[in-house]
Design a protein. Sequence first.
Length: 376
Amino acid sequence: MTRNGVLLAGLVGVVFASPPTFALDRQSVDAFLGKLGADNQYDASKGINWSVLPGPFYTPELRLGLGMAAAGIYRVNPQDTVTQNSSLSFTGFASTSGALGIGFTNYTFFTDDRWRLFVEGNIAKVPTGFWGVGYDAAQGSEQKYTDNSVRLHPQLFRRLANNLYVGVGWDFSAMNADVDDPHPGDKFSRFTTSTSPLSSGATVSMHYDTRDVITRPTRGQFFSIEYSVFDPALGSDTHFTAAQVQYNYYAPLDEKRVLAFDLWGRFTHGDVPWDRLSLAGDNRRLRGYYQGRYRDKDVVSGQVEYRQKLDWRNGYVLWMGVGALGGSPGELSEHPLLPTVGVGYRFEVKPDMNIRLDLGVGRDTAGFYFQVAEAF
């Protein structure tokens, strides 16, 4: 399970846990969800329009728990009917294993989309495992630890030309790994120098964005380059750099069907802390792999997703993808590729805002993800 993607069947538990006659009556479901704000409507005069959907989940790692997804849409200027809606989403969970946390994502568009403020972050306490660094280490067993972490990543963008934005930001993370059975020669002593790394760095970014809407694109393309420098002068424990490249293309087949393509890569250099290495597997890419099992300096991935809008608020997606990791770009081809396939259910809670429930399957692994908005 991913840190922010452990909410299994939350929406299904809310909508379909009631008697069958209730579940089959759309008007009754709409009325019930309307009380939670999930009325598929937007009223600019109300400020942030919230939708809140709680639900139970169970996984072998986290055991029984309760999760919640909250999604809000708003406009900085309620009179602006041209700029796309801004959005704020939270995903939270607590389980009997002792895991708990909350993650958030915010996209704010203002001054006729000349400025954009994007913020993401999370706070979590999650019992998990550390396999080491590299493909070969991931084939062995893990050492258990509890991940106590916080991360914050704000970015401010300014439009320079049509669809072209440049931005600056800050990337901060602090981790305290409470290691089970620490001893000389264990995985942490072999692969890390600190179980409490702190990283703080400045970022510069460029976006070329022709998507119709960020939270649920149906057409257009998106190209992004982000370069980050972490240094003790900025509060970081060590000096290292990270470059992230992303390209998405959305091809509408008709009014209800879209083919979405995603290419992504992250490349790090220098004294990179183990918690800031590139990861293969999360709630957006290589879904199905245990987050943190595959980590190295460089990771690349690609995926294609078929998105189908059904009647009422329902929809589904099918995807397939592949990824690779290595200690340098030249090593990416030295290990077997990591394939992934999956299927997902979509439920529209607000205009252009879906709750997604995804089942991803990788090589000898699988994972469920409950999130707000599309994976990419």
